[in-house]
Design a protein around this ligand. Structure first.
Ligand code: BDR
Ligand code: CA
Length: 305
């Protein structure tokens, strides 16, 4: 069983990532922290709380974190995720509140209590993680593994140069990539290869209560055609933690651009660095059929519960 702490900004695909965790008995979710990203912090936190109950995540702590980027003005993606952040999905209002501790403290304390045991998984802008490594640099040693959904070595989605989670807080991303650990980067290069086709959507439509989240969320997020609709980026990062062999990974030096006029948040990826040790393991391909079997298998298990 792998212990995992997730930092997220739900977010449709964040919700689908949490559903994948909930349906995967080999993962032990030890904490959920929220950050402003797709929508404001208040909404990402409310969504995480609603998802904790809807997905039966037990009493895992949900802690709210940073309400904005370290230096930049807000960059949000409500045009993609809807005003609520969960598209057309409507979940029951949560009964239980967020944990009283700040996300950054929860990250530090949880990793401190179990050094070498917990995989830290970040699927939103990296503000909380940057603050955590600044406040307690040993987080870098305590994490068993550090995995992000973010970045790209080919082409961005928020703009041609950069992926959303990087654009939303480039300074934080730069701090995190330079923190001294190996960042496993699952970027758009792989996440955009696993698209929700009508066949995938069919397999999501018969999952009892769970379909009430998966279907409206996924379809509101983009056109689904036989060839493919939206990607569910953040679920790829959970799939990686479940089964790294789904991905090809290549060591690289990744530098995050923070000074560009048109390129801020660009993850400049060097696969043949000459004078620096790689700081990242960058995913370059994904076994798409096995990915969907893994994801839909977990959703089916959860739907039957
Ligand atoms: C990433 O940005 C967000 O909109 C998604 O939730 C995902 O984490 C994809 O670029
Ligand atoms: Ca996200």
């Amino acid at each position: 069983v792998t212990k995992v702490l997730i930092d997220c900004d739900p977010g449709i695909d964040d919700a689908l990532a949490l559903a994948l965790v909930a349906g995967s008995p080999s993962l032990d979710l030890v904490g959920v922290t929220t950050v402003a990203g797709n929508v404001d912090l208040e909404r990402t936190t409310a969504n995480a709380l609603a998802l904790r109950e809807f997905l039966d995540l037990g009493d895992v702590p949900v802690a709210a974190g940073s309400a904005g980027a370290l230096l930049r003005r807000d960059v949000r993606a409500a045009h993609v995720h809807g005003r609520s952040g969960l598209g057309d999905a409507e979940l029951p209002a949560p009964a239980r509140p967020a944990s009283p501790v700040h996300a950054v403290d929860l990250i530090i304390e949880t990793l401190w209590a179990a050094p070498g045991e917990i995989t830290l998984l970040a699927i939103g802008p990296l503000t909380n993680i940057a603050l955590a490594v600044r406040r307690e640099p040993r987080v870098v040693e305590w994490a068993r593994d550090f995995v992000i959904m973010g970045g790209t070595y080919t082409r961005g989605n928020h703009n041609p140069a950069a992926e959303f989670n990087m654009v939303a807080d480039p300074e934080a991303a730069s701090i995190v990539f330079d923190a001294g650990w190996t960042v496993t980067m699952l970027g758009l290069d792989v996440t955009l290869t696993a698209l929700v086709t009508t066949a995938v959507l069919d397999r999501m439509s018969d999952l009892g209560r769970l379909s009430a989240l998966l279907l409206p969320a996924t379809t509101s997020y983009g056109m689904v055609t036989a060839e493919g609709g939206p990607a569910i980026h953040d679920a790829c990062a959970v799939a990686y933690v479940l089964d790294p062999s789904l991905f090809t990974r290549v060591p690289a030096v990744v530098n995050v651009e923070t000074a560009g006029r048109y390129t801020s948040g660009m993850t400049v990826t060097d696969f043949a660095p000459r004078d620096r040790r790689p700081n990242a393991l960058v995913a370059t391909s994904l076994d798409v059929p096995r990915f969907w079997d893994l994801v839909l298998g977990a959703y089916t298990r959860l739907g039957e519960r």
